[in-house]
Design a protein around this ligand. Sequence first.
Ligand SMILES: *Cc1c(COP(=O)(O)O)cnc(C)c1O
Length: 476
Amino acid sequence: MKILTTIYNRRLSNHLSSLNMQEKLRQIPSVSSILMDQHISNLVDEFSPEVITKLVQNKLGEIRLTATCTSEIPTISEIVNQISNHVQSNWTDWPRNVINATGVVIHTNLGRAPLSSESMYAATDSSKSYSDLELELNSGKRGSRQARVSKLLSALTGAEAGLVVNNNAAALMLGLSALALNKEVIVSRSEAVEIGGGFRIPDVLKQSGAALVEVGTTNRTYVEDYEREITEETGAILSIHASNFKIIGFTSTPSISDLSNLGIRRGIPVLHDVGSGSLLDTTKYGLAAEPQPQASIAAGTDLCFFSGDKLLGGPQAGIVIGRKTYIDQLSRHPLARAFRIDKMNLAALTATLIHYLKKEAETKIPVWQMISAKSDDLRKRAHNILNQISSNDIYSIEIIETESTIGGGSLPGETMKSVGIKIIGKNPENLASKMRKGNRPVVSRIEGNTVIFDLRTVLPNDDDILATVISENTQE
Ligand SMILES: *Cc1c(COP(=O)(O)O)cnc(C)c1O
């Protein structure tokens, strides 16, 4: 009897709640009532009746699914607001430009290297018209999109030839697939690492169809360690620059020229992934030495790999330079087609490389302008910005000495003395978040109870906007 009562009670309560639920669902506005709203009909004019009706239907479906007996059903104007917000934040141009005040010059989350004006115009120009991308204008015959950039890379680095693909990860994958499929690739234990963003050397090797042979120890590896593992099965020796970490203390790695000599002696191609690859000498700027692609070639490597949008300061690209016979082998591989670089990036990369040929990289390429910026100039800019900000009682705003980093997997642990603006006040997270979410998003750095804006990575043209954003957000 007790059991029966329980069942009866449960049924009754289910029945009541389903009545409640039906009542709730009836409160959901109709599609047509939403479409009649002025804001929504403006959106219909701007986009199309089909996509906006679909959006409204989806929104109402979502409300129906998440409604419970006790929840409030949103009103027409609330629903209209949600739909307008959705359109405003998703159906507009993207990515949005942000001001990078983090002090990290090559910030992968912020799109890495900003382009020089010449590179930007080259990309825009190539995009709005047809071009001779794969046509030889002289002969009227089919041409190669790689021919021009290969010559530029040779002129810059002394390599016999060059090839560019979508990014350095793709370049490495292509190189390994083309030269070491079903073969072994010898890698030092200290270099079988994760580069970042899930890019792990052992996995790349596996995907490219090559078998990893690890040699040496985590801290010390010698040429003899490599030599001992060379067999009939060896396809390549691969050396990877430790871009985003540093092993210090009792360490040893063979120089790239020692490895190259071994490769030549045993007839094995030596591949060198330098990661960022700096064509300029970073020690000139008080930084540690970042490997240089031209030095890698001079030391005798067969192929050297580096990124287009790290210290080169160009668009996203993966660059391979080295011996022509290997470059040709890579070009003919099916993955070369799959990893093909597009014309806008190729145009921007060409313009960036020409800056180096003209010896104007430091003055024209934004990442080098930032790296070479003098503290005195940064301080002047900071004063200029501070003068535009009216003082207030809530926040204390001052100029500080700070330290910038290169980032983007280059020169780990290396810093550059910089100048910034510091805002001291309670809840720095809140202030930083407000400034990220504004009309002109600013990305800053939080240290303790302060928000820091490092001017080294702020494009000088954005100084006035930064001043306005700081003023607006520190007033109330
Ligand atoms: C950054 C990096 C890569 C990946 O380059 P992407 O251009 O980002 O694909 C590969 N190897 C090293 C050593 C790197 O530092």
